[in-house]
Design a protein around this ligand. Sequence first.
Ligand SMILES: NC(=O)c1ccc[n+]([C@@H]2O[C@H](COP(=O)([O-])OP(=O)(O)OC[C@H]3O[C@@H](n4cnc5c(N)ncnc54)[C@H](OP(=O)(O)O)[C@@H]3O)[C@@H](O)[C@H]2O)c1
Length: 311
Amino acid sequence: MKKFTMPNTQIEAPNVVLGLMRIPDKTDDEIRDLVRTARDAGIDFVDHADIYGDDLHGCERRFAEAMHLTPAERDAITIQTKAGIVGNGPYFDFSYEHLIESVNGSLDALQTDHIDILLLHRPDALVEPEEVARAFDELEAAGKVRSFGVSNHTPRQIDLLKRFVRQPIVANQVQFSITHAPIVTQGVAANMLDEQQSVTLDGGGIVDYCRLHDITLQAWSPFQAGFFTGVFLGSPEYPKLNAVIDRLAAQYDVPPIAVATAWITRHPAQMQVVLGTTSPDRVAGAALGSDLPLTRPEWYELFRAAGHLVP
Ligand SMILES: NC(=O)c1ccc[n+]([C@@H]2O[C@H](COP(=O)([O-])OP(=O)(O)OC[C@H]3O[C@@H](n4cnc5c(N)ncnc54)[C@H](OP(=O)(O)O)[C@@H]3O)[C@@H](O)[C@H]2O)c1
């Protein structure tokens, strides 16, 4: 497993991490098996959110109940969670009160005294960055949160936060897979009048902005074809893409999921792949993509096979 020091943190992070959004109905044994398989593969970084699960903090609670981490085991894992979405609306809330309440709820559910990284989950149109700054300062001073980041944020939204927030923004978690890739495909076909791919869907240069500002990009839904539309791996809707994935998988002697993972880890922005599978076998397979050195021609062949334009 390839590891790197996350800029502006003390965290030695793997470039493939375990998302736990889909565990609410899993048994304790299934959760333990999933996390153990991930740990064996070098994945010691988990991604949560307050809203994951049927109830508020449901997945965080299931994780803690199943794992019963000792203090040493807790310290050996990076726990990231998110705040800012109110599920029963839905709407977004970056107010001081909401952020403090959410983090206290996460600490309680996770049975821990600190969160390693807190992400603001989705941009709040009514954000008042001074309030976010007050919440971050208080959470940091109390030792409740060590590092802060965002998710689904545009460069300008991050700039607005940074005008008031003192702590570095260390991560931006965004949707990214071979098939759902506007954050990289747009730049390849910029300024072409008749191409949908030229349309800026990310507020302008998320990837370049994050690289320039040492913000680690994290790719959520790395195998979903679109917005929770099912995976492209093995899908009859993507025959060309799967043919290339399968050929490369055979060539590198890895499962296809490793090639789909490697397409993301190969990007020099040093992104983290946020796995969502609850299958230990798939986690082990994806982990093999952590350090798979796809060549430039191979990376672009996958890009083209997914239907993206190389002008
Ligand atoms: N920041 C955000 O806004 C945001 C939004 C969504 C998700 N997330 C995070 O990102 C993580 C990943 O999201 P995701 O679950 O949508 O991503 P994903 O890894 O692309 O999709 C995983 C889902 O696809 C299913 N699947 C079916 N066939 C599969 C195959 N061949 N290979 C892999 N998976 C297959 C999995 O089922 P099995 O479990 O049966 O394998 C699982 O339900 C979440 O856990 C969460 O932590 C963040």
